[in-house]
Design a binder for this molecule. Structure first.
Ligand code: CR1
Length: 828
């Protein structure tokens, strides 16, 4: 009987579907005040979440107790973004309760998939950086490591994307409009955060200088805890997200002096801090509010950490850095460095040198990009206005660093001093958050081998010379729990049956699949699953875009933020070239292809939005052109997000990873797609290089300029016009943009793309790489036609992705940076 099936996980081994069903019914009424007759999907979802939370909270308490009793060293992952996606399915899977819940719901006549579709994505991030943070906290919990994620409890996550006549429209995202069953408010841990105001210099009784900051406003930080359930459920860590509110005590003054309206204005301004996530990705925001967000969550988190530390160690700071590691996810939380200095020096009267050692041992920094426009800088005047005391501290950090460390290494060298200074001189003086992060950290890492090498050679060469041990690499990874087990149940089952079910915590076990790569029967099963996943995606495509696609075509997928360096427009140029070839020669030899895109453009990034529009317009034309007999289809799925990625990735045949070499720090979508058996067409950039090394050159299709060649081309003086005149196909396709072929009656609507690639200088070398890309696609086509060859390559991609497990990344962080010990909670 279905009722009696049990889980294989220790904590939930005795949970039957019948018991889980009873628990759902109990919570439907006792927790959510409704009953089977009235319950909506939302109520059922609430009830399932509550039933699930019984196990989560139990493990959460036990985990916290274990860490406390062992006085464990912990890592604190400071990140302005956590792109969590949905939690219900993930938590059920990680607790081993998915099948049990599925059966329980079936008896209640509810389809579990419909139910988990009720949940809004928790989209508190933009792209790779935020999703990486989410994968990392999953791995930390799974590996039983003491860790807290710290971030902002945004009221609105990344905007919801709609298309109107092909144009991107941004709508607000309200992920928790009616509450969220997975978060717990913790009023006992509220913090007060001062901002603005001025600094007073005082002399104490001994004639020592003391600095007193008189803030202009105080913002209240209210923590919300999201339990992070490790695989098998024994350890549950927390993600603590700060919501800003107006501070009560401060408001009284305003209220008494200025009356209701002023007090209300204060409220609104304070609450604005956690209102929205900045939707920019890899571009600097440069806004006062953004700096306040960064300070607000860093300061709340440090106070929280110090409170916890003081409960065990009082004011003995000598053990602080032994207990506390803080990882700065990019420079966004770098203001935590002067904040910890301020706390130690101003509030706890510690000696500067002593405090500085504590800081440097506590912080480490991950760099996620080399793009100059993403390297954060704040004007000195803004800093002075918002954080006057921190600016003074930064000046002092900088003065000591330049006078002592830089002077000792390069005596009298002002050129190097001005390059390494935290302050950039110029008509507007700027605070360089990258330099601050390197100077205040113990380790600095890039996120893939090639990227880390470039961080050393191009971005921070002098820092590397000064501290040869400081700069290091940790290649990114993705959690196989969400990105294979949960999102691709059919393939997971086949893998379980082939190599056993231990792979979700030891992805290297997939390597054994290589023994089956030539086995015709296994190939058939593997490709049959891919086909079923494609059938499912085809119905999602139909539902979202009304376009019919044939699941036996090649599904070629590019999913990532829209950015010139990621070159969705190179993909588009090639699609147009294929279209043209088909028009010119209806017998043009190609297996039917569906090009599928998913991407959001930053709302202020005009060209990125133009590229979305162009893809949608070309799609319209191509999809409705009977002359090409359905050989080519193009779809752009709206509102790309984690939950949509989970539907797309299992259905991909081809993974587009085509950034200009040297620009994509790592990429993580490339790993997810390959793990699910897609074959990469890619440049030698970021983690593509390591993926190619792992899966072997027969199982990827590499093209294009290398990092060194890109440098050489730019040095020699690149002219896109040379390619325009030399290659008639490039010329024809670019000229097409200026006609009204795709925008009937409105010629020139797509001209900005041509313009950026010619007059604009083609900064990302699309035209230089076009020919290589086009030939690489011919290779893909030939490869696909060889059914067995393709199946073998697809299997080997899955088999050889072991390295790209985020557990391996976390182990590297532990070994090279955090030095943590694991504390598995004992199961009684
Ligand atoms: C990089 O562009 C990388 C992620 C995670 C992004 C991408 O290649 O995989 O970080 N960088 O490391 C980023 O968002 C602000 O920088």
């Amino acid at each position: 009987m279905a009722n009696n099936s049990k889980t294989s996980f220790p904590l939930t081994a005795d949970v039957t579907a019948a018991a889980f069903k009873d628990s759902i019914l109990k919570h439907l009424n006792a927790t959510h005040g409704t009953d089977v007759n009235k319950a909506t999907n939302r109520s059922w979802w609430d009830a399932v979440s509550s039933a699930l939370n019984e196990y989560v909270y139990n493990s959460l308490s036990q985990t916290q107790r274990t860490y406390f009793e062992n006085d464990t060293r912990a890592v604190h992952y400071f990140s302005l973004e956590f792109l969590m996606g949905r939690l219900t399915g993930n938590n059920l899977h990680n607790l081993g309760l998915y099948t049990v819940a599925q059966e329980a719901l079936k008896e209640l006549d509810i389809n579990i998939e419909t139910l988990v579709d009720e949940e809004e994505d928790m989209a508190l991030g933009n792209g790779g950086l935020g999703r990486l943070a989410a994968c990392f906290i999953d791995s930390l919990a799974t590996m039983h490591l003491p860790a807290v994620g710290y971030g902002i409890h945004y009221e609105h996550g990344l905007f919801r994307q709609e298309f109107q006549d092909g144009h991107q429209i941004e709508r607000p995202d309200s992920w928790r409009e009616y509450g969220n069953p997975f978060e717990i408010c913790r009023p006992e841990n509220v913090q007060e955060i001062p901002v603005y105001g001025y600094v007073e210099t005082k002399f104490d009784d001994n004639g020592h200088i003391a600095k007193v900051w008189h803030p202009g406003r105080v913002i209240k930080g209210v923590p919300w805890d999201v339990p992070v359930v490790g695989y098998e459920g024994t350890n549950v860590n927390i993600l603590r997200l700060w919501e800003s509110r107006a501070s009560d005590f401060f408001n009284w003054d305003v209220f008494n002096a200025g009356g209701y309206h002023d007090a209300h204005k204060e409220n609104v301004e304070s609450e604005t801090v956690s209102k929205v996530l900045y939707p920019n990705d890899e571009t600097e925001a440069g806004k006062e509010l953004r700096l306040i967000q960064q300070y607000f969550f860093s300061a709340c988190s440090l106070k929280d950490i110090i409170n916890r530390y003081q409960r065990a160690h009082g004011e003995d700071w000598s053990k602080f850095s032994a207990q506390v590691a803080v990882q700065l996810n990019d420079t966004h939380p770098a203001v935590a460095i002067p904040e910890l200095m301020r706390i130690l020096v101003d509030e706890f009267n510690q000696d500067w040198d002593y405090a500085w050692n504590v800081c440097r041992e506590t912080f480490s920094y991950t760099n996620h990009t080399l793009l100059p426009e993403a390297l954060e800088k704040w004007s000195v005047s803004l800093f002075e206005k918002v954080l006057p005391r921190h600016l003074e501290i930064i000046y002092e950090i900088n003065r000591r660093f330049l006078n002592d460390e830089v002077e000792a290494k390069w005596p009298g060298n002002d050129t190097i001093k001005s390059k390494l200074s935290i302050i950039e001189e110029g008509h507007e003086r700027m605070v360089r958050m990258g330099n601050l992060s390197v100077i205040g950290s113990n380790k600095v890492n890039g996120v893939a081998e090639v990227h880390s090498a470039l961080v050393k050679s191009d971005l921070f060469p002098e820092f590397d010379a000064l501290w040869p041990e400081k700069l290091t690499n940790v290649t990114n990874g993705v959690t196989p729990r969400r990105w294979l087990k949960a999102c691709n149940p059919k393939l997971s089952e086949l893998i379980d049956a082939t190599v056993g079910d231990k792979w979700p915590t030891n992805l290297e076990l997939l390597r054994d699949l290589d023994k089956k790569a030539d086995d015709a029967e296994f190939q058939k099963q593997f490709m049959a699953i891919k086909h079923e996943n494609k059938v499912e995606l085809a119905s999602v495509i139909k539902e979202l875009t009304d376009v019919e696609v044939d699941p036996s075509a090649i599904f070629d997928i590019q999913i990532k933020r829209l950015h010139e360096y990621k070159r969705q427009h190179l993909n588009l140029l090639h699609i147009m070239a294929l279209y043209r070839r088909l028009l010119q020669n209806p017998d043009y030899d190609m297996h039917p292809r569906v090009f599928i895109f998913g991407a959001k453009a930053a709302p202020g990034y005009k060209l990125a939005k133009d590229i979305i529009y162009a893809i949608n317009k070309v799609a319209d034309k191509v999809n409705n052109d009977e002359r090409i007999k359905g050989k080519l289809k193009v779809v752009f799925l709206p509102n790309y997000r984690v939950s949509l990625a989970e539907k797309m990735i299992p259905a991909a045949d081809v993974s587009e990873q085509i950034s200009t070499a040297g620009k994509e720090a790592s990429g993580t979508g490339n790993m997810k797609l390959a793990l699910n058996g897609a074959i990469t067409i890619g440049t030698l950039d970021g983690a593509n290089i390591e993926i190619a090394e792992e899966v072997g050159e027969d199982n990827v299709v590499i093209f294009g300029l290398t990092v060194d060649e890109v440098k050489a081309v730019n040095k020699a003086g690149y002219s896109p016009w040379d390619y325009y005149y030399a290659n008639p196909e490039i010329k024809a396709v670019l000229d097409w943009f200026e006609t009204d072929y795709f925008t009937s009656g409105k010629p020139g609507e797509l001209a900005s793309i041509k313009h950026s690639l010619l007059e604009g200088g083609d900064p990302y070398l699309c035209l230089a790489d076009f020919d290589g890309y086009s030939k690489a696609h011919e290779q893909v086509n030939a490869k696909y036609i060889d059914k067995q060859g393709w199946a073998k390559s697809a299997i080997l991609n899955t088999a050889y992705m072991g390295k790209f497990n985020s557990d391996r990344s976390i182990q590297d962080y532990v070994d090279r940076i955090w030095k943590l010990k694991s504390y598995p909670v004992k199961v009684n």
